[in-house]
Write a protein that binds this ligand. Structure first.
Ligand SMILES: [Fe+2]
Length: 383
């Protein structure tokens, strides 16, 4: 077995880490930054702190705010036009996954002709960018600050696709997550859990990605509920910020699989938050993988600190893991698809899209449209 491990971007981590941003961007030789952010980034205080640090270091800032969840291609084109017009030499994303992914995608347009649609039409495309991209995370879930993937929402076909852009530098300051609302805390934390657990059961996992993902799972089960119930608990927020970051590095190496295919399909059909979709899908994604990866299910169950007797089958382990995940979801008042009023037949109609999603190919069992329909039905019925 051969495998490759790396870390895409240096990470500055810790309470107050945001104050280092300006000096680090200056050290990159940059003079003018396009700051790409969302309402959550502003509410966290991260935007004001980031711009304050940049300006104190003599970096001029051009603001591009108002990035919405699942940012459409048009937003990225607008940001690209602004960046070119203003002749910026650095992109700084501040916020959750949509802002960080938008920042990464906008970087493409600084040196490659737009619109961004050219790069997401048929399949994920790797593009070499030359303008530094610095990612400041204000949620603990996406991991986008350390992944080389940017999700682009293809409004032309109502689907998500990826472009590959590697961040230059990541800043993870858990103080910026202290005011994250309860629902976003749950959704983003469960996204991180999905990254970790799916990466472990992917065909492309390695000892390095497993190490990070298992540590992330332990931290998530030890701290996510505390973050939800005591939002101002900096110690728990710090552990979750680390977990999210490590899960990001893990899935960047190992990929995610059918859980994220299921989540993407739900996002297209119902426009529900990514982390919520991932959480609903995760138990069934792991159950699908269990027959081919029982040893990995055991590692996940151990990281969740589930009581095990030894000798359990993959299916038994998957059932225990599913119970643990759903218990965590219930404790944070995460609603089911049924409770949200979604029609079961509309959920099942996502099967074709799930099977076609390239991420499904990383599941250790083949995801046919029939298998996908079964997983969607279980997602609807089992939670
Ligand atoms: Fe995700």
């Amino acid at each position: 077995m051969t495998f490759e491990y790396r870390q895409n971007a240096p990470v500055i981590f810790g309470a107050g880490a945001i104050s280092a941003l300006g000096g680090r961007v200056k050290a990159l030789g940059c003079k003018k930054a396009l700051c790409v952010y969302d309402a959550g980034g502003e509410a966290s205080g991260g935007v004001a702190k980031a711009i304050g640090s940049l300006e104190a270091a003599g970096i001029a800032c051009v603001r591009f705010g108002g990035v919405r969840p699942d940012a459409p291609m048009e937003t990225i084109d607008e940001g690209g036009e602004l960046g070119l017009r203003e002749k910026v030499d650095c992109i700084v994303g501040i916020g959750g996954g949509s802002s960080l992914d938008s920042a990464k995608a906008i970087a493409i347009l600084m040196t490659h002709p737009g619109p961004i649609k050219r790069y997401v039409l048929a399949r994920p495309i790797a593009v070499k960018t030359e303008v530094p991209v610095v990612c400041v995370a204000t949620t603990a879930g996406t991991g986008s600050e350390v992944t080389h993937v940017a999700i682009v929402n293809r409004t032309d076909v109502n689907a998500k696709w990826s472009v590959f852009v590697t961040p230059t530098l990541a800043v993870v300051d858990p103080e910026l997550t202290l005011t994250l609302p309860k629902r976003e805390t749950a959704n983003t934390g469960l996204d991180a859990l999905s990254h970790a657990a799916e990466s472990i059961t992917c065909t492309a996992s390695s000892p390095h990605s497993d190490l990070l993902a298992l540590a992330a799972i332990r931290k998530i089960f030890d701290n996510l509920y505390t973050c939800w119930s005591e939002p101002g608990n900096l110690a728990a927020r710090t552990e979750m910020a680390l977990a999210s970051n490590w899960a990001g590095i893990a899935f960047d190496e190992a990929m995610c699989h059918v859980g994220h295919s299921l989540a993407d399909a739900l996002s297209s059909a119902f426009h529900t938050p990514h982390g919520y979709n991932c959480a609903i899908a995760l138990p069934e994604a792991l159950a699908a993988a269990a027959p081919a990866a029982p040893d990995k299910l055991r590692l996940i169950a151990e990281a969740m600190r589930l009581p095990l007797k030894g000798g359990e089958s993959g299916e038994e382990l998957a059932a225990a893991v599913a119970g643990g995940i759903r218990g965590l979801m219930r404790s944070m008042e995460v609603k089911s698809l049924r409770e949200q009023g979604f029609d079961r037949s509309r959920v099942l109609a996502c099967a074709g899209e799930v099977a076609e999603n390239h991420l499904s190919s990383y599941c250790p069992v083949k995801i046919t449209p029939q298998v996908a329909e079964t997983l969607l039905a279980r997602m609807y019925d089992n939670y």
